[in-house]
Design a protein around this ligand. Structure first.
Ligand code: PHE
Length: 355
């Protein structure tokens, strides 16, 4: 003799089993077979119900009610499944359209690796307290050159092959104009980064006429080169890896004094100059270092242009090449990849939650 609990349990499990079988069924014929097996005169449900009279009279009414509930649930599942199959066969016959087939999943796009790196870099600096500012790509001679201590005829103007729109309008050759535009509008203390496109008359294996820079600058009382170095170290360790080292090499920019170029230890060979199999590292050309940015302490002449007192304020500035960082970060060895828009290349940057 079965107990009330056993009967209850087998009644409940019937529903799940029936659902699973219906799920598999792809024709009305199979559904009918399932009906006979579960709801037929000699089916599973009837089998369980035949045990009810053997129960303690006390338990019988409850077990009977459960059996009836299960029966109507099974019938409901059966009718639902029939409807699905009937609609399907009618639709396929009438229209040739099968609504039960899985849909076509549309291709999703991905952020361009350069965009992703710009976002990553901006996030790091925002975390360090910098604001994000932007400005025009068509820039006046004043902002692109003159206010940055590059007066007309200054030999350093030739460092950058400028694309001219008119005599006094250029496609900006760097993001440094944003230093001037921002300082004109605000007063110290300030810290900002300016991401954007820049243009130079230059096109070969390692140069494209348009590329991306991120300018960063900070002005306050008593800012020193040590602050610059600390900021750039924190940045390099976050964007690459915590073990990365940076080094400063003396350099020249008209708008910073002193100026430096900054290298990071090569992320391909970990600064060793040679890769795993002992061959020369092509990324750093065996030097163990890769140049990523130019920087320095903002020249007092620049402060005078924007009406800051150079006796009171000091500041640092840096300009970073985004494509260069992206190449190092993702191990891309050909700059042209960024501009060819080859989907096989771009699709590698699809990342969950990162579109
Ligand atoms: N504007 C410089 C360049 O494009 C980089 C730079 C920015 C250097 C800020 C110093 C300070 O080469």
């Amino acid at each position: 003799m079965s107990s009330a609990q056993e009967i209850n349990a087998s009644l409940k499990s019937l529903i799940q089993e029936f659902e699973e079988i219906l799920d598999q069924a792809s024709s009305l014929q199979e559904v009918e077979e399932a009906r006979v097996a579960f709801l037929g005169r000699k089916g599973r449900l009837a089998g369980i119900m035949s045990k009810l009279p053997g129960l303690d009279p006390h338990d019988r009414p409850q077990a009977g009610r459960t059996a009836n509930q299960v029966k109507s649930e099974l019938n409901r599942l059966l009718e639902d499944k029939k409807k699905v199959l009937e609609t399907k066969s009618r639709s396929v016959q009438d229209t040739g359209f099968d609504p039960s087939l899985p849909g076509r999943i549309p291709d999703v796009g991905s952020l361009h690796p350069v965009t992703r790196v710009v976002q990553d870099i901006c996030n790091i600096f925002v975390g360090l307290g910098f604001d994000i500012v932007t400005g025009p790509e068509v820039e006046t001679d004043f902002y692109n050159f003159e206010a940055l201590n590059l007066p007309p005829g200054h030999p350093a103007r030739d460092m950058q092959d400028t694309l001219y729109i008119t005599e006094s309008l250029v496609l900006r050759t760097h993001t440094s104009p944003l230093q001037i535009r921002t300082m004109e509008k605000r007063s110290p203390p300030l810290a900002a980064i300016a991401p954007g496109k820049v243009y130079r008359r230059d096109s070969d294996l390692t140069h494209t006429p348009m590329f991306h820079q991120i300018e960063g600058f900070l002005v306050d009382t008593r800012v020193s080169m040590a602050d610059l170095r600390g900021t750039l170290t924190a940045f390099a360790q976050r964007i690459f890896d915590p073990g990365v080292k940076i080094r400063f090499r003396p350099s020249f920019f008209p708008f910073t004094e002193p100026s430096a170029e900054v290298d990071i230890s090569c992320v391909m060979c970990q600064g060793r100059g040679r890769v795993h199999d002992g061959t020369a590292c092509r990324v750093c050309k065996e030097t163990g270092w890769v140049e990523v940015l130019g920087c320095g302490m903002i020249d007092p002449e620049v402060f005078l242009q924007v009406g800051y007192d150079p006796e009171e304020y000091t500041g640092f500035a840096f300009g970073l090449g985004v494509e260069r960082v992206a190449m190092l970060k993702y191990g891309i060895n050909d700059l042209r990849m960024f501009f060819e828009n080859d989907l096989k290349f771009l699709n590698q940057f699809i990342q969950a939650g990162h579109r």
